[in-house]
Design a protein around this ligand. Sequence first.
Ligand code: GTB
Length: 217
Amino acid sequence: MNPTITAFERSPDRGRGLARDMRVRWALEEVGQSYDVRHLSFAAMKEPAHLALHPFGQIPTYEDGGLALFETGAIVFHIAQQHAGLLPRDANARARAVMWMFAALNTVEPPIVERAMAIVVERGEPWFEQRLPLLDNNARKRLSELSRRLGDAEWLDGDFSAGDLMMANVLLRANAMGLLADYSNLAAYLSRNEARPAYRRAFAAQLAVFTAGQAND
Ligand code: GTB
């Protein structure tokens, strides 16, 4: 039986791959695991059946046999532990790849998402113009620190790993706001990730859902 993930029935990102099911799809594609997708409306995400799986009423979730998970960090880590290809065998290299997964989720993603959400939610508010430079600074600070560390390396630490997968997925959101324009190595790093066949398959799969939804309108 394939694992089943949940994703937006109609993603607000219009198929740009910014919703977080993308990172789970990509991980599954990297390890060659086929999967099924249950598409949910916003209303269905708040109903008891989904809340039993995800206490915060969000996507994605992951179900495989008797296991149900939410939180993309936990899901991608689980996939990476179950299959070869996303975490190095060497124990120290493996710990560093996991460190980069946490860095993506805990350190780099928050200021990027905070800026993105403010633009959507606070744009009409009187404080928005004053707050934006602060949010901008916070996001750019992290990006410049990451840029400095990456330098001209191909991947964050040795070979491609789940750390790169998670970091690149976070950078997608930064790139969608034009924030990578000042960091050519991060832009090139993101392009390298996007060129991976597994990424392209995952991207095409989520885009197809959006396109099919439009055709049914
Ligand atoms: N920490 C959780 C994880 O990593 O799994 C966060 C999950 C999450 O934020 N899920 C979002 C969700 O379900 C979808 S991905 N939101 C509905 C809700 O909370 O009610 C976030 C997202 C949404 C839209 C865009 N976009 O339009 O560009 C980008 C990202």
